[in-house]
Design a protein around this ligand. Structure first.
Ligand SMILES: [Zn+2]
Length: 274
């Protein structure tokens, strides 16, 4: 009896999911913001990191690391699933000085010759550094190698980069971290080459309910948003499946075709050559 009842309930759930247009299994996510930096290598060897991605229902991921060797380690274990993005920091010490350091440019040019990378970043840059030589050179390199640029920057920094070349695709990390939906909309209106990822932006769905302003923006630009975890500290690896489930909770408040795009479709397009 109990078995029959659970089969009935299971079938009812499947039917409900189908009626809403959802597959019964979890919505796969292309995680647009993974780091596999040196502090993660000991506690989370590649096999464990990949097992955590399994548990999180991650179909593919953009991975960038300090140093880049972390990305290569993970990519070697799962070349179809791990999409390498070239982080310009050889060590954390480079974070504060990279925009004016010509040796960083040489390093990035050499690594890009491997031909495995789909992007350059994630790097951190303020609006006052847009005119510095290395970020400008990265945009030219991105055009030549047909890769995107992943910037953790404020609105001024993002706009300064995005206007440099309309034929380069830019991925705005954390939607500026604190930029409002209205501010993000203004940049999306102005720069068709701009894409936005929502790592660490729990304000998109306070208390689990999608904010109306963000919802309207996702419906206006369903092809321009991505989601990601940002494993910048090891605690984020532990929490990764929970973080992705919190994304799924608000993605399910959108029409299924829009949710599919933000969960994985848009990142798949960004990962492909322009
Ligand atoms: Zn990051």
């Amino acid at each position: 009896m109990r078995i029959a009842r659970s089969i009935f309930l299971g079938t009812a759930c499947l039917a409900a999911a189908a009626a809403q247009g959802w597959a019964a299994q979890d919505l796969p996510i292309f995680d647009a913001h993974i780091h596999y930096s040196d502090q993660a290598w000991g506690p989370f060897p590649p096999e464990l990191a990949l097992a955590i991605l399994d548990r999180g229902g991650v179909s593919r991921a953009f991975v960038s690391s300090t140093p880049d060797d972390g990305t290569l380690l993970l990519h070697a274990k799962a070349p179809n699933r791990i999409v390498p993005v070239l982080r310009p920091y050889r060590t954390r010490d480079d974070m504060g000085s990279w925009t004016k350091d010509p040796t960083i440019l040489t390093y990035v040019e050499e690594r890009l010759r491997r031909g495995i990378y789909r992007g350059v970043g994630e790097f951190h840059m303020g609006a006052g550094e847009v005119g510095d030589p290395v970020p400008r050179a990265f945009v030219e390199l991105a055009a030549r190698h047909k890769v995107f640029v992943h910037c953790h920057c404020d609105e001024g920094g993002m706009e300064g980069l995005a206007r440099l070349r309309s034929d380069v695709r830019f991925l705005w990390a954390h939607a500026g971290m604190s930029s409002s939906a209205a501010a993000v909309e203004r940049l999306l209106d102005r720069y068709p080459n701009l894409w936005v990822e929502l790592a660490m932006r729990s304000d998109v769905a306070p208390g689990g309910t999608l904010d109306p302003a963000w919802r309207a923006l996702f419906l206006k630009y369903p092809d321009r948003f991505l989601v990601g975890t940002d494993t910048w500290i090891n605690a984020q690896w532990d929490r990764l499946p929970d973080i992705l489930n919190s994304f799924r909770a608000w993605l399910r408040q959108l029409p299924p075709d829009v949710a599919d795009k933000i969960a994985h479709g848009n990142a798949e397009r960004l990962a492909a050559s322009p």
